[in-house]
Design a protein around this ligand. Structure first.
Ligand SMILES: *Cc1c(COP(=O)(O)O)cnc(C)c1O
Length: 432
């Protein structure tokens, strides 16, 4: 029973129990989707269309903000927020070095330059001290990301922003339902961006996004920008007159209705995660050299992604490099049926578009900022690099409200691997 699955033993997680779906799709979701087809109003600018405004109203209430604007995806929500806040050519936007690529791309699409700040080694979120050191006269905005569902340190960040007159755009794509010092994320900065992409905590049947703000001007600008720059007024005919630089970045009613149906169950699912995930993590607390994620005392973690760091020294594996230990644990845990994987293979600034400054070509947007220390050389983000090297993540399955028993089997898998750590140096040597 205790023989490692990688060495021919029985996996800790029985195969039949591994397939837990996300998103959960119910008959109610299907009806919500089909009912939109019956209305014949298939785009958000159709007269009398109600699904998009309904979702916007409900999400504004949920996130505790005055305004919510439905858009085509989370990346568009970030772009439209930057545009509405006047971030443009030559501006610098401070972004964490560990995030999804979209956090770095959104400023580029505004012809602004992303400037990457290192992260905190425990929360994995942008480090306010690093942000402070990167502020220049060209800095226009800070974009904290509530990575993996844990809110960034918003009080120090908003204090810096106030002192220097900067906008704050929260990338809340992974953090629906998370709260910082009692305040829901998405309404703490000047604007927030949520993703409804199907793997996120509030999923739609594909792609979608929600921009949140307490500013009527930001909301109004975003409503125009998502619709070719036009003002859509349900009481009159569309006039096709464009007021501002526009995109076509609308959320479609079918996806709004599906997300609205998911929203009916969001609280219930969220509460299940707040039981299932901590119960799982508590079982890992005693394993030496395993740093499991935790909520900070002042924040509610939405547990979108669970990231585990490994310390070979604390595991009693002196002389095994962190990357080699991580690679061996990846193999051992997956053999047990614990589907760990990596999330981000390199710091964002080392992605080619930023590293080579290929952007739009001809040096843009960096050329618009003039010469400057916009991004450091590789290795300028030591904490981000170390975290990427020595950690693995669990994604998606634990979002399911019924994942509690599966997570307990995952804990069995971790315990089994930790009871057999003596095989690890040999594996690491063989792989080297
Ligand atoms: C998913 C995600 C986005 C982008 O959202 P899309 O809806 O996929 O465009 C942006 N930032 C982060 C941190 C994300 O995880």
């Amino acid at each position: 029973m205790n023989k490692l699955a990688a060495l021919g033993g029985t996996p800790a997680v029985p195969r039949a129990e591994r397939q837990v779906p996300w998103p959960v799709i119910t008959e109610q979701d299907q009806k919500a989707l089909l009912s939109v087809l019956d209305t014949g109003r298939l785009v958000s600018n159709a007269q009398g269309e109600a699904a998009v405004p309904e979702l916007e109203r409900r999400w504004a209430e949920q996130a505790g903000v005055r305004h919510c604007v439905g858009v085509s995806n989370g990346t568009a929500a970030l772009q439209l927020a930057l545009a509405a806040l006047g971030v443009g050519p030559g501006d610098e936007v401070i972004v964490p070095a560990l995030s999804f690529i979209a956090s770095g791309l959104a400023p580029v699409h505004q012809m602004a330059v992303p400037v990457f700040a290192d992260i905190d080694p425990v929360t994995f979120n942008i480090d306010p001290e690093q942000v402070r050191a990167l502020i220049t006269p060209r800095t226009a905005a800070i974009m904290p990301v509530h990575l993996h569902g844990l809110p960034a340190a918003m009080d120090p960040i908003t204090a810096l922003a106030r002192r220097h007159g900067l906008a704050v755009i929260e990338d809340a794509a992974q953090a629906h339902g998370a709260a910082y010092r009692g305040r829901p994320v998405g309404g703490i900065g000047d604007a927030g961006a949520f993703s409804l992409q199907m793997t996120k905590n509030l999923p739609t049947c594909g792609e979608g996004g929600l921009l949140t703000t307490n500013s009527a001007e930001v909301a109004e600008h975003a409503r125009m920008a998502r619709q070719f720059g036009e003002v859509i007024d349900d009481t009159r005919e569309r006039d096709y007159v464009s007021q501002v630089l526009g995109w076509n970045a609308k959320l479609i009613p079918a996806q709004a209705a599906f997300a609205g149906s998911q929203l009916d169950r969001f609280e219930e699912y969220e509460q299940a995660r707040q039981r299932n995930v901590p119960a799982f993590l508590r079982r890992l607390a005693g394993l030496p050299g395993l740093l499991a994620p935790s909520a900070t005392p002042d924040a509610t973690h939405a547990w979108h992604i669970l990231r585990f760091r490994f310390s070979p020294a604390e595991m009693g594996l002196d002389g095994v490099a962190p990357g080699a230990a991580r690679a061996a644990l990846h193999r051992l845990l997956r053999a047990e049926g614990v589907p760990v994987s990596r999330y981000q293979l390199m710091p964002l600034p080392e992605q080619r578009v930023f590293r080579d400054r290929s952007g739009f070509g001809r040096g843009y947007p960096w050329a618009a900022a003039g010469p400057g220390p916009a991004s450091g050389p590789a290795g300028s983000w030591p904490v981000t690099s170390a975290v990427i090297e020595d950690s693995l993540t669990l994604q998606k399955r634990h979002l399911h409200p019924g994942s509690g028993p599966l997570l307990q089997r995952y804990a069995d898998g971790f315990e089994k691997v930790w009871a057999n750590l003596d095989v690890l140096p040999r594996m690491a040597r063989a792989a080297a």
